[in-house]
Design a protein around this ligand. Structure first.
Ligand code: ADP
Length: 402
């Protein structure tokens, strides 16, 4: 199952996007509807609300008196947090139940206004943010939904800002145009990303970087850092219940500002014991967030040449998202290979001359090799010298992995 979170400020067009996705075949869960469901008469959540806020919040017919509850919680931050602590887990459990009941090959859309505010986006494979400027939203809310203008502005001010949402968005849908423009953008997203992503998840296929090196290697991109942050946050959240990981870090050339690189986000997962990577619950957690093992790859080239290969073993996984290539290197915390990945990044971040020398070497190799795989192999020779210089730098500066 592919999990897609759809969010946006009130009046942005979030519901319009979800409706279109449902027409295309998505299974849509509306967070607002679930929130109403879990407080219906007879629901344990309603009983908890009554126990916490008193009998006055329940009407004679057993239904929730929303106005009475609102009068208690809205002026009082602590009361509002207490209400969220009761309803939040109940809603999450109901959504998880729905998803568990859906077939495996479903594209499951969670239409959730507070996806960003609540940090729930980390559990979705993709976060889609619908964006429309505030004045247009106010105009649409007043004109088409009949809201009072002051009320519309208050509601907008109480939510996350566009910048906060954009920071965690994998996809931003601009809804400043016509409804047809929006529908076309949703259709393209569906066919070009969601359907192939879901197909990859079901078959356990990782998405492939371009085979041609000159197509794969690109100038530095501003989205590498935020893309990596999202990968790191999702992997960390997925692995947290297993307790096996010490940290997840962005590594490799895309983690060095100003360096050209393959458009592939590399991250390293540090494990207390590498063997934990083969545990069933760990395999399931990684597969569930969209990463599949590449069973042919078990180690890196040891440095310096001739050193014990035991310190350079790893597990390697690829991400299933066709819209963002991700490689995950799982290494034992404290191993030589684990340490070098972090050292290499920090060294190049701190030594612009070395970064530029590496860029020059990359350009030279791009002139010699057509295939990305050949280009990758050819870079290895440079790494032996780099390992020595980085190690000298670490000794000189007292660098330690963080
Ligand atoms: P949200 O779910 O984000 O609050 P909606 O999808 O309900 O927003 O959209 C808010 C209002 O604006 C609705 O009445 C909707 O029909 C209208 N709307 C959405 N997109 C457009 C658009 N591109 N042009 C004009 N009106 C739109």
């Amino acid at each position: 199952m592919l999990r897609v979170g759809v969010t946006g400020g009130i009046g942005s067009g979030k519901s319009t996007v979800s409706r279109r996705l449902a027409e295309l075949g998505a299974h849509v869960i509306d967070a607002d509807a679930v929130a109403r469901e879990v407080v219906e008469p007879g629901e344990p959540t309603l009983q908890r609300i009554r126990a916490r806020f008193g009998d006055a919040v329940v009407r004679d017919d057993g239904s929730l008196d929303r106005a009475a509850l609102a009068a208690i919680v809205f002026p009082d931050r602590e009361a509002l947090d207490a209400l969220d602590a009761i309803t939040g887990p109940a809603i999450a459990a109901r959504v998880a139940e729905r998803r568990a009941a859906a077939p495996d090959d479903t594209i499951s859309v969670y239409d959730m206004p507070l996806l960003v505010e609540r940090g729930l986006w980390v559990h979705e494979h993709l976060t889609v943010v619908v964006e429309t400027d505030v004045e247009t939203r106010v105009r649409r809310l007043v004109g088409e939904r009949g809201l009072d203008e002051t009320d519309a502005r208050h509601r907008i001010a109480a939510q996350a800002t566009d910048a906060q949402r954009r920071a965690v968005a994998d996809v931003v849908l601009d809804n400043s145009g016509t409804p047809d423009d929006l529908a076309r953008a949703v259709d393209a997203l569906w066919h070009e990303r969601l359907v192939p992503y879901e197909g990859n998840l079901v078959t356990g296929t990782r998405s492939r970087r371009p085979d041609l090196a000159r197509e794969c290697v690109v100038d530095p991109r501003a989205d590498w850092e935020p893309r990596a942050e999202r990968v790191v946050a999702r992997l960390a959240a997925a692995l947290a219940p297993t307790g096996v990981a010490t940290e997840v870090s962005h590594i490799g050339s895309t983690s060095v500002p100003g360096l050209l690189a393959k458009d592939v986000i590399d991250v390293q997962v540090g494990l207390r014991h590498l063997a934990d990577a083969d545990r069933d619950d760990v395999l399931r957690a990684l597969r569930d967030v969209g990463y599949v093992f590449s069973h042919g790859i078990h180690s890196d080239t040891p440095h310096p040449v001739g050193s014990d290969p035991a310190g350079w073993t790893k597990r390697f996984l690829g991400g299933c998202d066709p819209g963002s290539h991700v490689h995950v290197h799982v290494r034992e915390h404290g191993s030589a290979g684990w340490r070098f990945a972090l050292l290499f990044r920090d060294w190049l971040r701190h030594e612009p001359a070395e970064r530029d020398a590496y860029a020059t070497e990359k350009h030279r190799l791009l002139g010699l090799h057509e295939a990305t795989s050949d280009y990758v192999v050819a870079k290895e020779a440079w790494f032996e010298g780099a390992w020595q210089r980085a190690t000298d730098w670490a000794e000189r500066t007292g660098w330690q992995p963080r």
